[in-house]
Design a protein around this ligand. Structure first.
Ligand code: F0G
Length: 461
């Protein structure tokens, strides 16, 4: 018999939060009232909430204790200096600009670096990141490797930058029109797929030869570090705490949504190396977020964040269990014969809705329809990541048409048990069996910006 060593969690549960069990009838009515958009559901109507891993983590006893010790001074809060020290030690960045969450950092970064008509290459887009680049007058150009757009490809580093694509962008527009490249670790929209250390190093080297800055979206860099440790030659013997600052060493700064890796419910930051750039960022910060020693956070939030950041790399057991749970769910869903993005990523299982509903036209939003059907079946709340999330092309007015049409089952950190994952997999399998009954959708309300958050739909008969 081969020895089995499971990924079980390195913590036990001290406090529980009851959740509502609902009937199918209740959920069908809630779905209609929400216009087939899971963002518009009340959480009281949700049983297992896999909408996002953002701000949904359970904090540790040490983080909760930190909340009581937060220094709420308007200027020079002790908790801010704890955060500065934690970012310097854990990520290796010296200049810290605190923000209320990731998009606050994206806003400030875009405003200080992008001029009208600039081009921002990136390894696939993220919704708010691209929004802020365009809002500042820039244009995003995708330079991720082709494998990232193929859900079935098992490439171990599907988040990699395609250096030939990047060079073509530089040739076409000129390096002077490209203030920075936006490199995301564990690329969310590609399915939580990592970038290799070799690719980060090569991208940095190329960009520095052309005077282009490299800005990291470090939101899920710890999950990326785990995949480097597991998959990249030379890293098996290194700890996550060692790999993480090495990732950051190939960048000039980072935007961070601390609501993910950092194990807090709110917070984020912009980190930089260049003190002059940091000065510009702080000048805008005071107008849009808050004073430079709290940005958008309360003192207690910064205290919990500093502690969460150290906890996420204190041992490798945390990240092993976190990704172990995601992979456990992915395996159950794949074993039920349902296609997902391969390999299973770091924060979520992404069901290939285009494969599940091959006869439904993309303009009828198969991933949106499948997400609603899963909710009605079991109260499991997922999210669409496909044509609805991609929005419209501002020039032509037509839908952007990403190759990936996905339903994201996103796992909060330290919140749900293995039994919850079993319930999710059983519901997804049951809906898949009955998928012939799922109808396409059309908009009844389409917001002009970031439409997926507030759009409403009805069924097409
Ligand atoms: N970058 C990435 C890669 C993200 O996944 C997110 C948020 C942000 C930036 C923005 O950060 O939410 O703190 O303002 N992603 C969440 C999600 C919303 O559900 O994937 P934020």
């Amino acid at each position: 018999m081969t020895e089995r060593r499971s990924w079980a969690e390195p913590w036990k549960i001290k406090m529980v939060e009851p959740i509502t069990m609902t009937t199918r009838e209740h959920r069908a009515a809630a779905n209609l009232a929400a216009g087939f958009n899971t963002f518009l559901l009340a959480s009281d109507d949700v049983y297992i909430d896999l909408l996002t891993d953002s701000g949904t983590s359970a904090m540790s006893e040490n983080q909760w204790a930190g909340l009581m010790l937060g220094d709420e001074a308007y200027a020079g809060s002790r908790s801010f200096y704890h955060l500065v020290d934690a970012v310097a030690e854990v990520y290796g960045y010296e200049e810290l600009v605190p923000t209320h969450q990731g998009r606050g950092a994206e806003h400030i970064l875009s405003q200080i670096l992008i001029s009208e008509g600039d081009i921002i290459p990136g390894n696939m887009y993220f919704t708010t990141t691209k929004f802020h680049q365009e809002y500042a007058g820039g244009r995003f150009v995708d330079v991720i490797i082709d494998e990232a757009h193929d859900p079935a490809s098992t490439h171990p580093f599907k988040g990699n930058v395609d250096l030939d694509k990047l060079a073509a962008v530089v040739d076409e527009f000129g390096a002077e029109r490209i203030p920075y490249i936006s490199v995301e670790t564990n690329v969310n929209m590609a399915g939580g797929q990592p970038v290799s250390m070799a690719n980060l190093a090569a991208t940095y080297e190329y960009c520095h030869r052309h005077d282009i800055l490299v800005m990291l979206d470090a939101t899920r860099a710890v999950e990326n570090a785990y995949f480097i440790q597991q998959r990249e030659p030379g890293y098996a013997g290194k700890s996550i705490a060692e790999i993480l600052p090495e990732i950051c060493s190939y960048t000039d700064g980072a935007t961070m949504s601390s609501k993910k890796d950092n194990l807090v419910n709110i917070g984020g930051f912009l980190a930089l190396r260049d003190p002059e750039l940091a000065r510009k960022a702080r000048a805008l910060l005071v107008a849009f977020e808050g004073l430079h020693t709290y940005g958008g956070m309360a003192g207690r939030d910064m205290e919990a964040l500093a502690r969460g950041m150290r906890e996420m790399v204190a041992t490798d057991d945390h990240i092993r269990a976190r990704i172990g749970q995601v992979h456990y769910l992915g395996r159950l869903i794949n074993e039920a014969g349902i296609a997902t993005v391969q390999p299973i990523g770091g924060h979520a299982v992404f069901i290939d809705a285009a494969a599940a509903l091959p006869d439904m036209p993309r303009d009828h939003f198969p991933a949106q329809a499948l997400t609603a059907a899963i909710y009605v079946d079991s109260g499991v709340r997922a999210m669409e990541r496909g044509i609805v999330s991609a929005g419209r092309n501002p020039e032509t007015g037509d839908h952007n048409r990403p190759k990936l049409e996905l339903v994201r089952l996103t796992i909060p950190r330290r919140v749900y048990t293995q039994a919850h994952m079993d319930v999710v997999a059983e519901s997804v399998a049951a809906v898949y069996e009955q998928r012939g009954q799922i109808k396409g959708l059309r908009f009844t309300y389409e917001p002009p910006e970031l439409r997926f958050f507030q759009a409403r739909f009805e069924e097409i008969d």
